[in-house]
Ligand binder design. Structure first.
Ligand code: KET
Length: 443
């Protein structure tokens, strides 16, 4: 691919590569041959695609008739009873919305609900953020975290001089696809060291240090997915200094604000130290996890600019990205979020419910760690407690994962990631038995 090609050329060739890459090739046993049922179809050449590596786990789980089956694949919060949770505060906000007869179902503006955008920026950057006060931030409502990343990626592909984005290794499985299809070239930087099950800080600094000037760098704001390993505040500060000195552009993915520590402010610190230096950055926010609004698809993209004038122009171009993509975003989820963020009582109630979710996940970490110790499971499992956020990156290999699914009906992603939020006191022993059997019987 030549560097002089246009964004649309790049997007088309990226799409071609994406569709023909080995990871996306048909699964074993499925071929492109024409079968009797599809003769005559203009689509008979279409090859069956594999399921998504994360959402496909739920598809497989749903097909399993076993009563002991357990879905620890997708990062979705469950109660102690194993049920999805609608926050009380969300129910209250929805009730308010239903009771308000003045509400209508008109289209939102292209950039979404203005109040939602303002409050979302305040939530991530802080109520007293100078960037907000000087109108240097443009915030647009998007389709949850994924949509925000995609809109941000497409904006960069059209208007930013450097088309390379560095993503951590490993990262959320959808990142490379989102950014490739947005028209950017994806490269990776070292992030996780399997030997220490911790951050490869030296590798990270080396890789960012040798990145071309201006490159975009995707950073997980907190609760890195899938590893559960975050830089310390001092390390964030070193990353910031390096990135600013090399003019690397930070693009934060904030999908778990409040889920890491239980505190919304603490989990936003990485973003805030970058904004405090007056430099520019992008932030994609999701309310899927922290408000439990998964299916409402509510999130926001903020772009912090040097001046209010630039921010206004950037916003005008974001509208040109969004309008032909989905025209304007849905009204319901954003109205729920705005109702909660604007009202002090509802906001406080939310923070309490959020903390309770984070605490339950931490308690699951302790219970699982204790259960493995009680079984004398070989290996060091201290990372279960040290890791942060929704997931434990267990270190189990793909064979061990397949064994646990086959023998114990435990569903998780092939990289050995388990969603701690899907676990309960009742199911911990079953998981511990499965892990014990996997590490003692499968190499
Ligand atoms: N960023 C990260 C880091 C992330 O883990 C997710 C979702 C998203 C963005 C997008 O979430 P959205 O629902 O678009 O706001 N992760 C979980 C769900 C998924 O894969 O879609 C997961 O990893 O299980």
């Amino acid at each position: 691919m030549s560097s002089s090609s246009s964004p649309s050329d790049r997007r088309l060739s990226a799409l071609a590569r994406h569709l023909s890459s080995p990871a996306e090739s048909p699964v074993a046993g499925v071929s492109a041959s024409i079968t009797s049922s599809d003769v005559g179809s203009v689509f008979s050449h279409v090859v069956r695609a594999p399921e998504d590596p994360i959402l496909g786990v739920t598809v497989a789980y749903n097909k399993d008739p076993s009563p002991v089956k357990l879905n620890l694949g997708v990062g979705a919060y469950r109660t102690e009873e194993g049920k999805p949770l609608v926050l009380n505060v969300v129910r209250k906000a929805e009730q308010q919305l239903v009771n308000d007869r003045s509400r209508v179902k008109e289209y939102l503006p292209i950039v979404g609900l203005a109040e939602f955008n303002k409050l979302s920026a305040k939530l991530i950057f802080g109520a007293d953020s100078p960037a907000i006060q000087s109108n240097r931030v443009t915030t647009v409502q998007c389709l949850s975290g994924t949509g925000s990343l995609r809109v941000g990626g497409e904006f960069l592909a059209r208007h930013y001089h450097q088309q390379i984005i560095y993503i951590p290794l490993p990262t959320w499985g959808n990142h490379p696809k989102v950014f490739t299809l947005a028209g950017l070239s994806v490269k990776t930087y070292r992030y996780y060291d399997p030997a220490t099950r911790g951050l490869d800080f030296k590798g990270l600094m080396e890789d960012l240090g040798s990145a071309p000037s201006g490159a975009v760098v995707l950073l997980h704001a907190c609760a890195h997915n899938p590893t559960g390993v975050d830089p310390s505040l001092q390390q964030w500060e070193q990353i910031r200094q390096l990135m600013r000195s090399k003019k690397l552009l930070p693009f934060f993915d904030s999908a778990y604000q409040g889920f890491a520590s239980g505190s919304l402010d603490k989990d936003a610190q990485s973003v805030r130290i970058f904004v405090a230096d007056g430099g520019e950055c992008l932030v994609a926010q999701s309310y899927a996890k922290n408000m439990g609004l998964y299916g409402e698809r509510v999130g926001a993209l903020s772009i912090v600019c040097k001046t209010a004038d630039v921010a206004g122009k950037v916003e005008s171009q974001l509208k040109l990205v969004i309008r032909p993509m989905y025209s304007n975003p849905p009204i319901h989820g954003a109205s729920i979020v705005a109702a909660i963020l604007r009202d002090r009582n509802l906001y406080n109630e939310w923070t309490i419910e959020l903390k309770a979710m984070a605490d339950r996940i931490i308690s699951m970490r302790h219970q699982l760690s204790d259960a493995l110790r009680a079984r004398g499971t070989p290996g060091d499992w201290s990372h279960i407690i040290k890791q942060i956020g929704m997931f434990t990156f267990t270190g189990l290999n793909a064979k061990q994962v397949a064994f646990m699914t086959k023998e114990y009906h435990i569903y998780m992603t092939a990289d050995g990631r388990i969603s701690m939020a899907g676990l309960s006191s009742r199911t911990v022993p079953h998981l511990a038995d499965a892990i014990h059997a996997a590490v003692t019987r499968v190499v």
